[in-house]
Design a protein around this ligand. Structure first.
Ligand SMILES: C[S@@+](CC[C@H](N)C(=O)[O-])C[C@H]1O[C@@H](n2cnc3c(N)ncnc32)[C@H](O)[C@@H]1O
Length: 275
């Protein structure tokens, strides 16, 4: 679904000086679940279907092997129950259920109950749903992903749990939103998969309001020989692993004031304030 009153901040092209407008479709209680929206500036029309707003051409595909696995049909359905529920426990070697991770992210993002939040590469919507649950009726969460399979699953889980998340298919290297639109941004694991993380962080800064918060969960370069072997293998598929200082420098150069990161083995929680 996509909340209709969020359309004014959606700007698919740099030439879109105004947000999208609703044309027709299925709308209930201010939430659009199917139909068409249009840019009043370019006249381009975009479809809302399967519960998400699709701003990308159908052909937009994987930048690397890691992306390809996210695009496979069925990838969304299995992602949280098969991988996400145990991912940080496996990566850190300590008990790390999703609740613990969500607590850390919520702490870092300084959630304001009436704010507008963005989840970059939301997959099944784990962070997005939790934030939506914590907001009041003035607040909202938008989840962005490139994968139709992940977005369908995010829609399914958002409905099932009654945590409304507005979903958009878009590339985080070119965020389709107005400047300074968001109070905060979260990013769980996605930065490691991106072709150009520096660009995505500059985009994140652009759409954050001054003083807005960014909270990232990411994977650092392994320090053990076994970890390094696994990461060398995964790097071949397009996943990159950051050095601590590299992450700090990426944030700094993108226009953020980074906080000291929290690390648990190779897992890092990095946070920053938009300068
Ligand atoms: C590691 S998963 C994210 C997991 C999710 N944030 C969570 O915490 O459960 C990375 C996600 O980013 C998406 N993704 C990768 N590259 C992207 C891009 N350029 N733009 C938008 N989404 C992207 C993938 O489709 C995938 O769903």
């Amino acid at each position: 679904m996509f909340r209709r009153n969020l359309l004014p901040i959606v700007r698919p092209r740099p030439s879109d000086t105004e947000g999208l407008v609703y044309v027709e479709g299925v709308e209930e209680n201010g939430e659009i679940s199917a139909g068409k929206v249009r840019s009043p500036v370019t006249g381009d029309e975009y479809r809302m279907r399967y519960g998400y707003l699709d701003l990308l051409p159908r052909s937009t595909g994987a930048h690397n092997v890691a992306n390809l696995t996210n695009l496979l049909p069925g990838a969304g359905r299995g992602y949280e129950p098969l991988w996400r529920v145990r991912s940080l426990t496996l990566l850190t070697g300590e008990r790390f259920p999703n609740g613990r991770e969500i607590e850390i992210i919520s702490d870092l993002i300084h959630l304001q109950r009436g704010g507008l939040y963005l989840d970059l590469g939301c997959s099944g919507g784990l962070y997005a749903r939790e934030m939506a649950r914590a907001l009041d009726e003035r607040g909202a969460v938008i989840g962005v992903d490139i994968s139709p399979s992940m977005l369908r699953e995010a829609e399914r889980r958002s409905r099932k749990t009654g945590s409304p998340v507005s979903l958009v298919r878009a590339d985080v290297h070119n965020l389709p939103f107005a400047d300074a639109a968001f109070s905060g941004i979260v990013c769980g694991g996605t930065l490691n998969e991106l072709g150009d993380p520096a660009r995505a962080l500059r985009e994140a800064r652009r759409v954050l309001e001054p003083g807005g918060r960014l909270a990232i969960m990411g994977i650092l370069r392994a320090t053990t020989a076994r970890g390094q072997r696994i990461q060398r293998f995964l790097s071949g598929g397009g996943i990159r692993f950051f050095q601590r200082e590299e992450l700090h420098s990426l944030l700094d150069h993108a226009g953020f004031a980074p906080d000291p990161p929290q690390t648990y083995g190779p897992v890092v929680f990095a946070s920053a304030t938009r300068r």
